[in-house]
Structures are given as C-alpha cells and as structure tokens.
Write a protein that binds this ligand. Structure first.
Ligand code: ZN
Length: 477
C-alpha cells in the first residue's frame, strides 16, 4: 500500500529518477553556502535545545536544518564549527526598539549610525522603532540598510508618533480626516506599523481603521480613559493589533491616570482575568517592556548589570556629558510598577497568553545603557518573572514575527525561511543570560562576527566635540 502511494506521487510530480537527481543536487554543498556545524540549536519550534547536526544557508535562506553532513563534502562552503556549548537561535525581534537617544537631557534624536550595529551585534535582526522622532531620517536609514550601504537589522518603520508624544501635535485642531491622510502618506512611504501615544479616542479610531486599509498594524501606549485618553480595552474593541506597556481593562480606573492604578494593581483581581480573556479572544499582542520600568525602579541590580560596558560606545566627549547627569534619580512609582508588571506578565502567561506576549525593550536612551543590549535584559526580566526560558525565547523571536505578520519568512530556524539567526556561547535554556554571549550574527544570510561589529563602533556614539552638541539636542520630544 505504501509502495503504491509513492508510485502515484512520483507519477504526479515527475519521474522517480528526476526526483533523485534533484535531491542529489540539493545535497551538494555549493560555493557561497554557509554551514553551521556542531553545538546546539533552539529552532523556535520546539521548546528545547537539541544537538545541531548542520544548518545550511544558501542565498540568504535556510536551505536545511538538522542536515546530515556525515557523507557530504562541505569543503566548497564556509563552515562555522561551533563549540559544544554554543547555541544557534533565531534572530531576535525588538518591537519597541528606540533608536532615539537623549544624551544631553535636551530632547531625543534618532541615532541611526551606531545603534543599528549595536542591535545587530546583540542578535537583534528585526526592529520596530515604536515611534520615530524623525521618521524621514529613519526611512532613509532603513533604505540604506536594505540596499546594503549600511550594516544593521531589519527596520520595520513605525513612522511618527500619533498623539501628543509627537512634537507639535495639535490635539484640539486635528481632524479624523487629517489622521487618515497622514496614514495614507506614511503607508506609501513604507511604514510597517503605526504607534500611538497620548492619542484621543476618535483619532485612534481613525488611525486603526485607515492603517488596516493598508494592511498595516497599530500599537499604542495608552492610559486609563481619564481626560479623553484611551484605555487599552477601548482600543482593543476598536480593533487595535498590539498594546504597549500595560494591559488596561476595568482594573485600571478611568478617574485617574493609569499609572496610579497600576502601581497598586492586584493582578489576581477578576477584572484582570476578563482583560486576559479579551486579549486572547481578539488576538491582541502585548509588549510588556518590563525592563524599561526596571530601569526607573532604581535599576534592578539583577537586570541592570554591565557584561560589556555600554558607555564605552560613547565618544569621550559624549561620555563626559552623560556622566554629568548620573546617577539618575529613581522614580518610586515606577519602582512599584516594575514589580507589579513582573506579576502581570506571568499571570497573563499562565492564563494562556504565551503566544501573545512580545519582546519590546523601550530601553532607556540616555547613554548609560544602549537599546541593543536591552533585549537581553528584557529576556532576563521575563525569566525572573517566572516565564520559562524556552517560552521567553519564543516571545523574543516567533511571537514578534507573528505580531508583524512576517512569520512565514522569519522568527524560527526552518528550511525556506530567511537566514536571520545568532550564535551564543552557553545554553540559554540553562541560563537565559547566555543570550548575552553573542559570537556570530546572521541577517539574510550575511554573516557577522559580533565582537568585530562592536569593535567597529566603540567610542563613536554621540558628538566628538562640543561644537557638535547642538545636533544632538532637540527640544520638545
Ligand atoms: Zn517607547
């Protein structure tokens, strides 16, 4: 019976002989291929690391995973022999990846020369900037990276903030028609998702509706509903795709700002169960950004350590400027929120939300710590919250790819997907902090040595001389 089936299949798809020839051709390793041999692999499909027999990359795409290399001549390819404790992982998605920095306490600017390399060197191959301060500059940065003129991760441009977070936003005067016209304009410029912050309900409704006409998602930093703000629950009922920072719902009272409810939130309240159910029912992604609150909490010492001194990437002059404002004063409210958020994200995970949590860093951008390193802090914060390491890694990879609708080509290590991956020393399932030890990074089949990437930008971030400081100051954002 089995034999009859295979004959039928052969008849339908070509002769058995030609299929054998095709198979033999793919088995040949070709010049230009890159082969990762040995070590471990976490493919993002399973919840485990397994021994890596061979991963073959050809023309920017994963040709084979768990390839049997025993009887094959791999000499035409570049072979990367991994140490037994090295681990291959899918490239990380940071869905709240600010390129914006404020080195002078004078407003943020989008830094797109050093940051892209730092992201990539940390295994972050996909970034959603979640509100760009200068969206035209960020678009040209993305175009330079896409065309190979500059090294960096994939950038899914967010375009400008929609809401009061944008400098010059006139909440009272703007009409829904103007919002729709802007959405059309930015969608035509290649924006891959919109970010609202400080937005009115009618503006958000127009933004979501118009973005969806272009097949583009919307995410937002919202509030409680207090003073014409929007509670995430209302936004979910409007059809929003993703939510940043906190989940909202009826546990967040509408008669005061969200943070004053959040700092004392009991995540076991029945309203929280309803909120979790709403996310699950409407398939809304949630970017917990735990470590961002941890920074303001006076830096949770478990999460905010240096494994590489991030201030070494600043120019000597910028470093002096940044150091003048250190240490930053912790905010007591954010301290309380940080610990609530660790419980909130675990409660959502336990309620079945594991496939809807995404990794977003919203990393502090004052020069003391850099966004690119933030993904490892966020993964660590998730595991400290009680999320198993394998689930945290999926949150940082395939969940992000799904949230951006690119999971058919990215997010896991599977044959046919784009070769976006990284190699770390040490099994991250045994200690999630092993994701920090990046050896190799690959984006679209292009291989980089992580330490060479970092060495190339040491001492280059920020103005080199006081005369250039003005370019790094932008009031009002
Ligand atoms: Zn942000």
């Amino acid at each position: 019976m089995l034999f009859a089936c295979s004959v039928l299949l052969a008849g339908a798809t070509g002769t058995t002989e030609s299929r054998i020839q095709q198979r033999a051709a793919t088995l040949l390793v070709q010049p230009g291929d890159i082969v990762f041999r040995g070590g471990l692999i976490f493919d993002g499909v399973r919840d485990a690391t397994v021994d890596n027999s061979g991963l073959i990359v050809r023309n920017g795409t994963i040709l084979e995973v768990q390839a049997d290399l025993t009887s094959r001549d791999v000499t035409p390819a570049r072979v990367i022999d991994l140490q037994p404790s090295d681990c291959l992982l899918p490239g990380i998605f940071d869905l709240h990846a600010h390129y914006a920095m404020d080195l002078f306490g004078a407003g943020r600017i989008d830094e797109h020369e050093v940051n892209p390399i730092v992201f990539l060197a940390n295994g972050v191959t996909s970034t959603f900037p979640a509100g760009e301060v200068d969206p035209d500059e960020m678009r040209t940065a993305r175009e330079r990276i896409d065309s190979g003129l500059q090294t960096g991760p994939r950038i899914y441009n967010s375009g400008p903030y929609f809401g009061t977070a944008r400098s010059g936003w006139n909440n009272a005067a703007l009409t829904a028609e103007q919002i729709r016209a802007e959405v059309d304009e930015w969608a035509a410029k290649g924006v891959r998702g919109f970010k609202a912050k400080g937005i009115r309900p009618d503006h958000l409704n127009a933004l979501i509706d118009q973005a969806h006409k272009h097949g583009v998602t919307v995410t937002a930093h919202l509030d409680s509903g207090f003073r014409n703000s929007v509670n995430p629950k209302t936004a979910i009922l409007m059809g929003i795709d993703r939510i940043e920072h906190f989940m909202g719902g009826d546990a967040i009272a509408s008669d005061r700002p969200a943070y004053s409810s959040l700092e004392a939130l009991d995540v076991t309240r029945p309203e929280m169960r309803e909120t979790f159910a709403l996310y699950l029912q409407r398939h809304v992604y949630y970017d917990a950004t735990i470590s961002a609150y941890g920074y303001w909490a006076g830096k949770d010492p478990e999460v905010y350590t240096y494994w590489i001194n991030e201030m070494d990437f600043l120019t000597p002059h910028a470093r002096q400027e940044v150091q003048k404002r250190l240490p930053r004063q912790p905010m007591n409210q954010f301290e309380r929120i940080y610990w609530v958020k660790r419980k909130e994200v675990k409660a959502f995970f336990d309620a079945g939300g594991g496939s809807l949590i995404t990794l977003g860093t919203d990393h502090p951008s004052w020069g003391e710590f850099l966004s690119g390193f933030g993904t490892h802090r966020e993964l660590h914060a998730m595991v400290l919250s009680g999320i198993p390491p394998a689930a945290a890694l999926k949150i940082g990879t395939i969940n992000g790819a799904r949230a951006l609708n690119v999971d058919s080509k990215l997010g896991t290590l599977e044959a046919g997907k784009f070769a976006d991956l990284f190699v770390v020393r040490g099994n991250p399932l045994q200690d999630i902090r092993n994701t920090r030890n990046v050896r190799w990074v690959m984006k679209a089949g292009q291989l980089y040595d992580a330490s060479e990437l970092l060495a190339s930008v040491k001492g280059k971030l920020g103005p080199a001389r006081a005369e250039d400081d003005v370019k790094w100051k932008r009031a009002g954002s």
